[in-house]
Write a new protein. Structure first.
Lengths: 334, 168
């Protein structure tokens, strides 16, 4: 047994050390040697282990909260200048709730977006000129049509675009702006995703005709042909690659997600789960030992829990749900 | 056990001499008489819980105001948490609505977490929440909030230190 009372206050120095280990291990770039070193630190002293137990309780508390709910609540700005805010609210009168919402969610520009989808949601948009957009899970965009251009500002997420010829007689260009650059449609169908991932990059896949990319920081525009895909950042465009051979069911067609289906074709489990996690609230962790397993099939995105069950039945893995929002995929025991 | 004289007499004096003033002081900040009366009461209850401090109070009104300010902050935080909770629940897609049991568990966790994160700077709190709730790595968070990875890591260490210190 640990020779301390559970309520004995921990030494602030130990807490600081534990905090540093935690900050290292949550970085997303910690290696096995970091985990080993942390384990040695925990074993070196009962107080270290005790601090670690607190950290695990903290993690369980976060695990009880779905991100879609917890992020706007816990990261709200309401405590800053709250008096000023209250005064403003009183003045706003009838528009109080809208103003309050916009105020609290200031750090998330997508709360003010014209159109947005929640995690796991998708929707179709028919624009004034007859162009069609499909918004995938977790997407936010603004539509800015003017006399000179048809502009879509993609804040984040993924869209499938099917442009219509401009019927206004002005042949306005159809443009998609992301933080990394601007796309000009020279044809009719393409998919843009801006997932705000590690690379802060935009991905473009052209399904029909051509699309021109102009990176934000300037540089030469590059034209992608149908069947090509490329990542680009504000500084430049990666060499285009052939689009991944689509699953038979979606060859030449709109991507599977526009029909609520996620296709896998000998896809690595790690990649598959990363993709799947875009459609659920919460975190899916994949044990590196099973991340390399491959799977194939067509999975219904409407019920991601069912997809996880199917994965557990098909591969030698088990799915552990610490909470509905915190799922871990591990090697099957024994 | 305590060598202090019973504080009742001096607490009484403290109450008599300052309750009206404290009530007004709170009322000016709250704009609501009921809340002000509640918080004034709570302030004296706090004083009562720490009788050992009574004899050392030199500036009774400054002392009371310090306690009342803390309670006022707690009240604001609780109110803003409740408002945020209601807004966020209303914004959830219907199929994602949690069961009543889940809601209770979430609400309890949120109260505890909100209390712990309360003292962090807004940016640090956002970073900590993105890491702990969305499971993002620091490179992703850095890209999302426009800060360096070093700063993210520093904020994370501060956040963990604060949370661990405040947990019982």
């Amino acid at each position: 047994m640990v020779p301390r009372q559970p309520s004995a206050p921990l030494d602030p120095g130990v807490i600081r050390q534990a905090a540093r280990w935690l900050a290292l291990l949550h970085s997303g770039s910690a290696g096995p040697q970091d985990h080993d070193a942390c384990r040695r630190w925990r074993q070196a002293d009962a107080a270290h282990e005790q601090a670690w137990q607190k950290a695990e309780r903290l993690s369980r508390q976060f695990g009880a909260v779905p991100p879609a709910l917890g992020v706007p609540i816990l990261a709200r700005q309401a405590r800053v200048n709250r008096r000023g805010a209250m005064k403003t609210l009183a003045l706003l009168g009838a528009t109080v709730s809208a103003g309050w919402l916009g105020y609290r969610h200031a750090p998330w520009p997508d709360w003010t977006a014209d159109y947005r989808t929640a995690t796991g949601e998708s929707r179709d948009l028919l624009l004034d000129d007859g162009s069609k957009l499909a918004l995938n899970t977790g997407t936010a965009l603004d539509v800015r049509y003017s006399t000179d251009e048809r502009l879509i500002r993609l804040q984040h997420g993924e869209i499938y675009v099917r442009t219509a010829p401009d019927g206004s007689g002005r042949a306005r260009p159809f443009l998609v702006q992301t933080p990394q650059g601007r796309l000009r449609a020279l044809g009719t169908r393409f998919v843009v995703s801006q997932l705000g991932g590690a690379q802060a990059a935009t991905h473009l896949e052209v399904l029909e005709h051509r699309v021109e990319i102009t990176p934000q920081a300037g540089g030469r525009p590059l034209i992608l042909e149908a069947g090509q895909q490329a990542w680009f950042t504000a500084d430049g465009v990666q060499a285009p690659r052939p689009a991944a051979p689509p699953a038979a069911a979606e060859a030449g067609d709109a991507p599977g997600w526009t029909r609520g289906v996620l296709y896998a074709d000998r896809t690595r489990l790690g990649d598959f789960l990363e993709e799947l996690s875009r459609y659920r609230s919460g975190v899916i962790r994949c044990d590196p030992a099973v991340a390399g397993l491959r799977l194939s099939g067509a999975f219904q995105l409407a019920d991601t829990d069912r997809v996880l069950d199917i994965v557990a039945q098909t591969l030698a893995v088990r799915v552990v749900r610490r909470t509905p929002y915190w799922v871990t995929v591990l090697p099957r025991a024994g | 056990m305590s060598s202090h004289p019973t504080p009742a007499a001096s607490l009484e004096a403290l109450y008599e001499g300052n309750h009206g003033w404290l009530h007004q002081w709170l009322r000016r900040r709250l704009g609501c008489g009921d809340d002000a009366a509640d918080l004034a009461q709570d302030t004296f209850v706090r004083v009562l819980r720490k009788p050992e401090e009574l004899p050392g109070i030199r500036e009774p009104r400054a002392y009371l105001a310090t306690i009342a300010r803390g309670l006022l902050n707690d009240l604001w935080r609780r109110r803003s948490l409740e408002a945020a909770w209601l807004e966020a629940m209303a914004a959830l897609p219907a199929q994602a609505a949690p069961s009543p049991e889940e809601q209770v568990a979430m609400w309890q966790a949120l109260q505890a977490l909100d209390h712990m994160l309360g003292g962090l700077a807004p940016k640090a709190r956002e970073v900590f929440v993105l890491s702990q709730l969305e499971g993002l790595g620091y490179a992703q968070i850095a890209a999302r909030v426009g800060l360096s990875e070093r700063t993210i890591k520093r904020y994370m260490a501060e956040g963990f230190e604060r949370c661990l210190s405040l947990m019982d």
